[in-house]
Design a protein around this ligand. Structure first.
Ligand SMILES: Nc1ncnc2c1ncn2[C@@H]1O[C@H](COP(=O)(O)OP(=O)(O)O)[C@@H](O)[C@H]1O
Ligand SMILES: [Mg+2]
Length: 340
């Protein structure tokens, strides 16, 4: 039976998007999904193999399939490096065919993260991976320096490294205010589909334009590793994300931030005290608009709420605080302190 070109494209697209999650059963799965025969699916798999999109691994008897992946690695001494030159010479030639919006995002994220190694890591070298297949582009930027969370902990005199994640989530944090503005990680983590930082025992994973989860890993990894992945068909526009947090007609232009309050609750700590609140609100006064997202927070204490919604608010009337995803208990507590 012959299919129209559209149907063939549809079948191939199905194979491409599902092969990674089901490498052993993709033939069977495709047969069932479209109600077509095995020889037909094998024919398309062969064509995808010929076009270097999917490849067969495993034996003839137990075939497995996977997306053809290109993996490139570079290692440089961290001396006199310039991120834009590495981008131009090593990375950009492989990504010429990407859509302009995705290529822009890649260039932005790549140069920001490589610059971080150059300027902040105190590492002797840098390792760069570029990994791509038919669907995604991924970068891994790895150094063996001080480690990002320790660096922030040291700069702010924090008690624990995991409090550093909150500072990154707020944005505008930099350990070098004379030369930097603290925007790179905030925006890069939001434009990529997946954004992961691993450093010592801490892992931070963000996905899309939201702040992610943090957990403590088993292995103590020196330095900092950043992984960024974006789908080649992503419709994200760097400009849209900038505009969402930065009104070009306002000064300062990066004027808004969204804080996942849940990030404060590490190790199941309840949000009760004034000190916790003070930690949450440090540097809030640099923004015009602060959205506190209470997703996943079941309750807050009176002192915690009072410090933010009465004491801070009275002191900084120019900062517009709004809340999002707060449950009834949290809302009531905020109302209570505001009416005091
Ligand atoms: N690879 C790294 N090693 C150590 N610290 C880092 C690294 N990358 C980032 N940092 C820390 O995270 C902060 C925020 O980074 P970023 O958002 O890019 O802002 P900026 O570079 O403008 O300071 C840096 O100021 C630095 O303290
Ligand atoms: Mg930076």
């Amino acid at each position: 039976m012959r299919f129209t070109e559209e149907v063939v494209e549809l079948i191939k697209k199905y194979i491409i998007t599902n092969v990674s999650s089901n490498p052993n059963q993709i033939t069977q799965q495709t047969c069932e999904h479209f109600g077509i025969t095995k020889p037909t699916v094998l024919k398309y798999l062969k064509e995808l193999d010929r076009d270097r999109i999917v490849e067969k691994t495993g034996s003839n008897r137990y075939p497995k399939y996977k997306l053809v992946q290109t993996k490139k690695r570079w290692e440089y001494k961290n001396k006199n490096l310039e991120e834009d030159i590495i981008w131009r010479n090593d990375i950009s030639p492989d990504l010429k065919s990407l859509n302009a919006n995705v290529r822009n995002i890649c260039q932005y994220g790549f140069t920001e993260m490589v610059n971080n190694v150059i300027d902040h890591s105190e590492s002797d070298n840098i390792i760069i991976w570029l990994i791509y297949d038919f669907l995604n582009v991924e970068f891994r930027i790895i150094d063996r320096g001080i480690g990002i969370f320790r660096k922030i902990k040291r700069a702010l005199g924090l008690e624990r490294s995991n409090q550093a994640i909150l500072e990154l989530a707020k944005g505008k944090f930099t350990s070098d205010p004379e030369n930097h503005s603290g925007e790179g990680i905030f925006f890069t983590s939001r434009v990529f589909d997946t954004f992961v930082i691993i450093s010592h025992r801490l892992n931070f994973v963000g996905s899309g334009n939201v702040d992610g989860v943090i957990w403590e890993g088993q292995r103590d990894i020196d330095g900092t590793g950043v992984l960024m992945r974006i789908n080649k068909t992503s419709s994200a526009q760097l400009k849209d994300i900038f505009d969402e947090y930065a009104d070009p007609n306002k000064d300062p232009s990066f004027h808004k931030t969204i804080i996942p309050v849940k990030l404060m609750e590490h190790e199941g700590e309840a949000l009760l005290s004034r000190s916790q609140a003070k930690r949450l609100i440090t540097r809030f006064d640099r923004f015009v608009e602060v959205v506190l997202d209470f997703e996943g927070v079941t309750q807050i204490g009176q002192a915690f709420a009072d410090q933010i919604f009465r004491v801070f608010q009275n002191k900084h009337p120019g900062v517009h605080l709004t809340i999002r995803n707060a449950n009834t208990d949290v809302k009531n507590m905020i109302k209570r302190v505001q009416s005091d």
